[in-house]
Design a protein around this ligand. Structure first.
Ligand code: PMP
Length: 360
């Protein structure tokens, strides 16, 4: 820490992203990226159509917003394009939360919410998930503030039905609810088509998972025109050229190939079922997942010991050292070949019988 750091940030604990290792080649099952590369044709077309780099990118991402809105029957004015969905989420904390309107989110959810709240000096309440990690909206009844809801949730992978969220929106018209749908394409229902009906709803999505563009950094927010205008005011205050030209062009090309995205999600779904069965056969307890990852624990090894043992065998998974979930690991769904390698490594690790659970 330098002596120049603002006193405001001296206690800030930043978000810790999953490792992106250089050097040894790992099978990366730790940050829920897509195992499928961006299509060659998408790369070629995007490069060809991209705005010349000596010019600034379109600060409004106009064409992209319109194309994205089209997927859900929305106009470009109901869409905000962002540098990854983290930017959209951070803008939502900046724009819609303050001392009077704190943030509400589950105790087990995407770790960035707590960090964004802290960085923006927003007070927050973490509402415990139920014992089985399910989320009951009734637990938020009577609480003041903007609700941040990852649906499906991470790292649990569990989802609420759209109908439940719609009921909540209808019953709480004066409370903003932000639904983070980073994993929605893998098997749950999007709330994006509801934003016209519910001015108290903001939906956030990303192209980092189902659409293979994690490195390009592209995310969106969907909401009523007023909400999007407010977010844009803040965006223009901090990052007017937030989406670079190459990413805008890539996003447009990917949007033209919705069938490919659907097909890739179907394959991930199949591989996920295979992985869940494989883990259960090896004695794991696996939460029901609607995402491109599974959250699982073994009663034969601690979560941390398993994470370390897999790492030594060249497989990265994600372990979170927080009390309610430290027995678990979050495992991204990769290619079938990668999941077979995982099976081999797990079989070896468990038979080596290292660091039994009880010793932790
Ligand atoms: N929301 C959730 C629930 C996530 O898991 C992630 C990925 N870490 C994000 C948002 C952010 O994704 P990105 O910034 O890559 O769009």
């Amino acid at each position: 820490m330098s002596r120049f750091l603002s006193a405001r940030y001296r206690d800030l604990i930043p978000y810790v992203p999953g490792e992106q290792p250089a050097g040894r080649t790992y099978i990366k099952l730790n940050t829920n990226e897509s195992p499928f590369p961006v299509d060659e044709e998408v790369l070629k077309e995007a490069f060809r159509k991209c705005r010349p780099f000596q010019l600034y990118s379109d600060p409004e991402s106009a064409e992209l917003r319109q194309a994205m809105g089209g997927v859900y029957g929305l106009s470009g004015r109901e869409v905000l394009a962002c540098n990854g969905s983290d930017e959209a989420l951070n803008l939502a904390f900046m724009t819609f939360c303050d001392e009077e309107t704190p943030a509400l989110f589950p105790d087990v959810t995407y770790g960035f919410y707590r960090v964004a709240a802290d960085a923006n000096r927003v007070p927050y309440e973490e509402v415990p998930l139920r014992e089985d990690f399910s989320l009951a909206l009734s637990d938020y009844e009577g609480k003041r503030g903007t609700l941040f809801l990852a649906n499906p949730n991470a790292p649990t992978g569990m989802a609420l039905a759209r109908g439940e969220i719609e009921q909540w929106l209808s019953d709480h018209p004066d409370q903003l609810t932000v639904v983070d749908e980073a994993y929605v394409d893998f098997g749950s229902e999007s709330c994006a088509p509801l934003v016209r009906k519910y001015p108290n709803l903001l939906v956030v999505q990303t192209f980092s998972k189902s659409r293979s563009l994690a490195g390009a950094r592209l995310g969106f927010a969907f909401g009523g025109e007023d909400l999007i205008r407010d977010l844009n005011t803040l965006r223009n205050a901090v990052a007017p050229y937030n989406v670079n030209s190459m990413t805008q062009a890539l996003g447009l090309e990917v949007l033209k190939r919705q069938d490919q995205v659907k097909e890739r999600c179907r394959v991930i779904g199949e591989t996920r079922s295979w992985t869940e069965n494989m883990l259960r056969e090896l004695g794991f307890f696996v939460l029901p997942s609607r995402t491109n990852f599974v959250f699982a624990k073994s009663d034969r090894m601690s979560g941390e010991a398993l994470y370390i043992a897999l790492r030594e065998k060249g497989i990265l998974v994600r372990h979170f050292d927080s009390p309610r979930i430290r027995d678990y690991n979050r495992i991204s769904i990769g290619t079938m070949g990668q999941m077979e390698a995982l099976k081999g490594a797990l079989t070896e690790v468990l038979s080596e019988g290292r660091v039994p659970h009880a010793e932790k």
